[in-house]
Design a protein around this ligand. Structure first.
Ligand SMILES: Cc1cc2nc3c(=O)[nH]c(=O)nc-3n(C[C@H](O)[C@H](O)[C@H](O)COP(=O)(O)OP(=O)(O)OC[C@H]3O[C@@H](n4cnc5c(N)ncnc54)[C@H](O)[C@@H]3O)c2cc1C
Length: 506
């Protein structure tokens, strides 16, 4: 795509629509607006080599509703007959998606926005695949092979092939073909307004300030997860100390400028998505590692804090229902740390990220030896906890990782509800984790057409938002794969709504 490399090029560009940010939501918005005929400029705060925001760090989980294998073939036509024979995709109905969103958000998700997300999800997956993004079955992540066949359990049938890097490569290539202009190192810091209507942006390019007018602005520049001051202010004490899993550029600037323009704050401003993350990961994401510092397989083991005690039900549900809230539970533990403990029986169930070189890990042939290797953990308490856990496991029930198998412990202060197998088979292995924040849930209120609403319930003419900036979808928890889907769905809606707005306001 034409890259605008100096201020004079930017100032002479005269875009119809300015898209702020260059992650998944922004690119979908820009492509959708350009395909409808608008001249689009993307302003991105990061330099080119750090482009792509949080979207770049994703593993590519992409949640959409499908009623059967035909809906999968619609998006992934290249599947071989052999593959098809060995995979049971089942279905993931619109109703199941609603149930998951309602249950996970404790019935708080905005019904209209949630409906827009879900009912458009299959079309968004198809739309994105038609724009060069390849998808593939998420085997081993969302389905295990039992009796020779993979069976999907949680609705996440297809992942984006190659994760965030390939997603972005495809979207950037499409944007380039469409001649969408982009200016890197161009953080936007304010919206220009006239008579309560957005007329452009105030920004800087390589430290030189400028104003640029346009007919509509689409904000898709992330939430405030990268900003420790805002995390402490909105999420609460301690959150300033969490590690950030992704980009360092999502400092809340988009939300701040929207609020300053009169936008309605919306959603769970004290909530965020956070996960178990390697204790020695750097403070912000490292693109050479991507999402591999995450450790999501705790349902097949136990988690202990530094006091040597379990503090959550590891088997409450599939990890995709608990991982985004259990990150925050670590923050509440002594030293904001925990250890995930496994034995040899679960090694084959662990995802690839457990085996990367940069993993903080301990291994031993006995539990006593392991206890001495768990940095910071009270060894005596740890051994008591494992002994009590092992004795409480129901050994008669059958273990099955593809279903909620009900193989529970009984009589513990915190029982493990599913997949509770004794930790008794050497070698034992353990992973040291802390809280890694993914993104924050608070955003601005938008309509189902991605128009930003003001604090009095009206619209802010000329202002649209997508991606993490949309408030009201996620509360307390999150269904994995909905972040990218929300960005794609509200991004493409924002693009077409902005063009519609332009047309109506010529
Ligand atoms: C490690 C990790 C793994 C994840 N895995 C998944 C997954 O598998 N599936 C899933 O659905 N979701 C996943 N997510 C969540 C997902 O990344 C986000 O929900 C989604 O990518 C957000 O897209 P976005 O376009 O809103 O924001 P981003 O992709 O973060 O893009 C925002 C862009 O705005 C730019 N920006 C910020 N401020 C300004 C400014 N003032 N001016 C100009 N530009 C600005 C940033 O530099 C950035 O490029 C993951 C997140 C992380 C961190």
């Amino acid at each position: 795509m034409p890259q605008l490399n100096d201020l004079s090029e930017i100032l002479s560009y005269s875009p119809d629509i300015i898209v702020v940010g260059a992650g998944n939501a922004a690119l979908c918005a820009a492509i959708s607006a350009r395909e409808k005929g608008a001249k689009v400029l993307i302003c991105e705060a990061a330099p080119e080599n750090e482009k792509g925001g949080n979207s770049h760090f994703t593993g590519g989980a992409f949640r959409f509703a499908y009623s059967g294998v035909d809906d999968i073939l619609d998006i992934y036509p290249d599947i071989s007959p052999e593959e098809l024979k060995n995979i049971d995709f089942g279905s993931y109905s619109v109703d199941q998606y609603f149930d998951d969103m309602f249950e996970l958000t404790q019935y708080r998700t905005d019904a209209d926005l949630c409906e827009t997300l879900i009912r458009n999800s299959h079309a968004s997956a198809k739309w994105i695949s038609e724009r060069g993004v390849k998808l593939q079955p998420g085997l081993g992540r969302q389905a295990y092979k039992i009796d020779g066949k993979f069976k999907f359990w949680g609705g996440l049938a297809l992942h984006i092939w190659g994760g965030g890097p390939e997603l972005l490569k495809a979207l950037y290539a499409t944007a380039e073909k469409l001649e969408i202009a982009i200016a890197y190192e161009t953080p936007v810091n304010q919206l220009l307004m006239q008579d309560q209507r957005v007329t452009g942006i105030k920004a800087s390019h390589k430290q030189q300030s400028f104003d640029l007018n346009c007919k509509a602005v689409i904000l898709a520049c992330g939430s405030f997860e990268s900003n420790p001051e805002m995390r402490a202010r909105y999420l609460g004490p301690g959150w300033d100390l969490a590690k950030v899993r992704g980009t360092k550029y999502n400092m809340g600037a988009g939300l701040n400028m929207a609020l300053a323009a009169g936008a309605m704050p919306y959603g769970n401003w004290s909530g965020c998505h956070s996960v178990a993350w390697d204790v020695n990961a750097p403070p912000y994401g490292d693109l050479s590692i991507g999402d591999q510092f995450q450790k999501h397989n705790y349902p097949y083991g136990v988690i202990v804090n530094l006091d040597g005690e379990r503090y959550v039900d590891e088997g409450l549900n599939f990890h995709s229902h608990t991982y985004a809230k259990y990150g925050g539970e670590i923050l509440k533990q002594p030293g904001m740390q925990a250890w995930q403990i496994f034995d040899a029986k679960s090694t084959s169930l662990l995802r690839s990220e457990y085996f990367i070189r940069r993993t903080t890990k301990a291994e031993a042939n006995s539990l006593e030896e392991l206890a001495e290797k768990l940095d910071g953990v009270n060894p005596r308490k740890f051994l008591q906890t494992i002994k009590a856990f092992n004795e409480a496991c129901d050994t008669s029930a059958q273990f099955n990782p593809n279903v909620l198998d009900g193989k529970a412990t009984h009589g513990l202060t915190i029982d493990k509800t599913n997949w509770a197998c004794p930790i008794d088979t050497p070698p034992f292995h353990a992973y040291h984790v802390t809280t890694g924040v993914t993104f924050t849930f608070g955003g601005v209120k938008v309509t189902t057409k991605a128009q930003v609403e003001n604090i009095f319930g009206g619209l802010i003419p000329g202002l649209f938002a997508a991606g993490e900036m949309v408030g009201g979808l996620f509360y307390h928890n999150y269904a994995s794969g909905t972040g990218l889907m929300s960005g794609a769905t509200f991004g493409r809606i924002a693009g077409s709504s902005a063009v519609e707005f332009m047309g109506a306001n010529q």
